[in-house]
Write a protein that binds this ligand. Sequence first.
Ligand code: 5RP
Length: 229
Amino acid sequence: MKTTGGTDEQKRRAAERAVEAVEDGMVVGLGTGSTTAFAIRAIGDLVADGLDVRGVPTSFASRELARECGIPLVDLDEVDVIDLAIDGADQVETTDGALVKGGGAAHAREKVVDAFADRFLVVADPSKTAETLSHPIPVEVLPSARSTVAATVTDLGGDPTLRRAEKKDGPVVTDNGNLVLDCDFGTIDDPNSLATSLSKMPGVVEHGIFAGLAETVYVGTDDGVDSIE
Ligand code: 5RP
């Protein structure tokens, strides 16, 4: 699984703090990535101790891990409520908690689950925080719309790059059968406005700007956990 600049210890601390919010009877959205993996394992431990929790996975990878950890799973369309979602981020704006997500190409399902949840907690490490977002925005596109979306992103001032698979030839294909354009817009002063522009582009399935969704971002450090509300 993809790893980033933070240490495993930092990620584990953030994840375990978020898992403190998991209660008996809850339906919990299970995000994707190396930081959330610590949360999924910690939820697995709670289930092993007898807690009644059902998980809604956001990707094939999180489904596989949750199964390994013994967490009963349920599909998004089988639940009326998600009490809590725990998910990672590629960058976190420290002023208001706007996020860039999609490093694992799972942001379309993640956004549905995270936005639907009553509470959305983010788990991160200090390498992810920034005063202003500047991380390239992952944009999931219909395969046939790859060129048209890339042209429109360029017109908007972005620099799109087709995401390629690390270990084999060819592009990354999402769990939904689509492609990902990583779109570099430099410093993003107004994430909401960029989010609106990207959402309007025909052929865009979902983009990785998560603005106004997170309740709390837990940032694991070397000696504790910081919170961004
Ligand atoms: C997947 C995501 C991940 O949550 C994000 O990439 C962070 O991953 P990690 O915890 O491995 O750094 O958005 O689509």
